[in-house]
Write a protein that binds this ligand. Structure first.
Ligand SMILES: O=C(O)CCC(=O)C(=O)O
Length: 269
């Protein structure tokens, strides 16, 4: 049952906290190549004609989001540049996806760059503690996020903040009432460029305020168990979840396997 590439200590810590930081997953050269492409993408404007095709309804998220002060988010990375493909099945991360999700499928990808002055967005979680189980020796979390740190993620850099163990909590607070380290039990999740944070989306999390001058850029690759229906999660944002066949054709077999749900989904926009 246990995946030999994930140690018993890592299983212990992930079970206990709901997250792990893997060190030195990306080389400095990987980080600078990804940062270069990301900063070009952040400079561009996007027509997002697909939003008009959806017709009237609640707002959909554009490719480039600048609605938050001193922050830019880019959605749907593999649609925008092939440099992002290799993170779908990064060999250092894949064993953890299998160990903690079982049968993982990529649901969403995005980047967040923060500049001095960026404020927290608000505490949230992607799934509930009931979506995280331990049965017959297997840890199973229904949604697992992997966060690639391309730059320093120190406490003043607007790093993520999370409550260890909250993926199993029995008492919820009004998460949005808390800011940064005011939430009881919260800790700054820090790391160096090239590190990867793996966390169950049942963990309540946010970002800390960005007080330092350097830019903080992270990439987010979010996975769900294969029985989760990605198209039903945020129907008007499926554009960013779904990677068209003409792009998937360039994927390796393992990247295609991790995005197999896209062959069964209908998305024409
Ligand atoms: O990177 C951050 O500051 C927070 C990101 C986050 O909470 C999210 O993308 O859900």
């Amino acid at each position: 049952m246990t995946n030999s590439q994930v140690t018993q200590e890592e299983r212990f810590l992930f079970d206990l906290q709901g997250f792990l930081v893997l060190q030195n997953v990306l080389s400095p050269m990987d980080c600078s190549r990804l940062l270069q492409v990301l900063s070009d993408l952040e400079e561009k404007e996007y027509a997002d004609e697909w939003i008009d095709s959806l017709g009237p309804g609640p707002p959909a998220r554009p490719t480039k989001e600048t609605n938050r002060t001193d922050q830019v988010r880019i959605n749907g990375l593999p649609r925008l540049n092939p440099v992002f493909d290799h993170l779908i099945d990064h060999p250092r991360v894949l064993p953890y996806l299998k160990e903690f999700v079982g049968e993982p499928q990529l649901i969403n990808t995005w980047s967040i760059s923060k500049f001095q002055g960026a404020e927290p967005g608000g505490y949230h979680r992607g799934v509930q503690p009931t979506d995280h189980t331990f049965r017959e020796g297997a840890i199973r979390t229904r949604m697992l996020n992997t966060v690639y740190f391309l730059t320093e993620n120190g406490p003043g850099d607007g790093c993520l903040v999370a409550v260890p163990g909250v993926h199993k909590c029995n008492i919820d607070l009004n998460w949005r009432d808390y800011r940064g380290l005011n939430l009881p039990g919260s800790v700054a999740v820090t790391g160096e460029p090239g590190d990867v944070l793996i966390f169950s989306e049942a963990v309540v999390h946010d970002g800390l305020p960005k007080t330092t001058a350097n830019t903080r850029s992270n990439l987010y690759y979010n996975y769900v168990h294969t029985h989760y229906n990605p198209m039903m999660r945020e129907p008007r944002n499926c554009h960013h979840f779904y990677i068209p066949q003409n792009i998937r054709e360039r994927f390796s077999q393992s990247q295609r396997d991790l995005t197999a749900w896209m062959e069964l989904a209908k998305w024409d926009f």
